[in-house]
Design a protein around this ligand. Sequence first.
Ligand code: SAH
Length: 335
Amino acid sequence: MSESLAGRLARRIERDGPMPLAEFMALSNGAYYAGRDPFGRGGDFTTAPEISQMFGEIVGLWCVAAWECLGRPANVRLIELGPGRGALMADALRAARLEPEFRPEVHLVEASPVLRSLQRAQGFDAVWHDRLETIPDGPCIWIANEFFDALPVRQFVRIGGCWHERLVDREGDGFRFVAAPALRRAGAGEDGDIAEMSPAATAMAASLAARPGYGLAIDYGYVEPPGRPTLQAVRNHRPVDPLSRPGEADMSAHVDFAALMRAAREAGGAVWGPAPQGEWLRRLGIEARAARLGGQEDALARLVGEDAMGRLFRVLAFAPVGAPAPAGFLDGEGG
Ligand code: SAH
């Protein structure tokens, strides 16, 4: 598996030459998620739904509100992209039972067999898909928490005033970046600058925006370009060199929300936000829920705290053009 992934990648590079970073990342993450449960203290990282049930509950009530904005369609599909252990969906469906008439058909987009079986063990009815495309059309509400950051990125480096794509070559027992032949002359900037983009993420945003309904993309990311590459790899809650452990570390990049927003609008949708996660959760009543549950002080601080997930994580909502504001957003924050 992981050992052999590094070996397989090395053999392929030997045969075909250096490969684009996006391909290396797709193969690495495919193998990484296929073979393990990466979440929590014993794993590599912890996500919001794993911190507290409050996160999924609020998302579930948001879904009910979105369904009301759609006119309460009977045949609504509730889609989750990259559901991890399935905790978010389980909490969301439990909270959504407050509205007994909201009875969505649940569709999960998940490539990993290990994670699919953990999701199945949550006990709710669902249909699994490898890709979004096999989910039937029709009114939908979709959620994606820490999904877009896992989609492959391409990088370009400025050398001698020109942009070159960064490829992955083998070096000894490991891997290193090399530059492809020049693509085109670069504009302003300096040699050594690195540009990053995720065509997989923008294509996904466009496909989602083309469906009639509301959606939520929650992730760490930026609207203003950070001026540096954000590709990272995490193993045992610690950063490691992104090329050093294909298939054994979680590779991700910060989400370019401005690019998702452009793609969604070009596909005919409207977008709201992105709002900082902390503010969005507060607007939807997380503090009252925490008080009611009790014992949630640490979880609340992690989910909404400015130095924790509250500011780095953002919530971008998709909606039909002209439809009411999604819950947690104010008039004027979208369109
Ligand atoms: N949403 C969950 C898990 C986030 S981790 C949570 O918040 O806890 C990323 C998830 O996306 C995993 O379930 C992983 O298997 C899935 N995933 C990553 N890339 C994918 C792809 N290209 N297609 C389908 N699922 C993918």
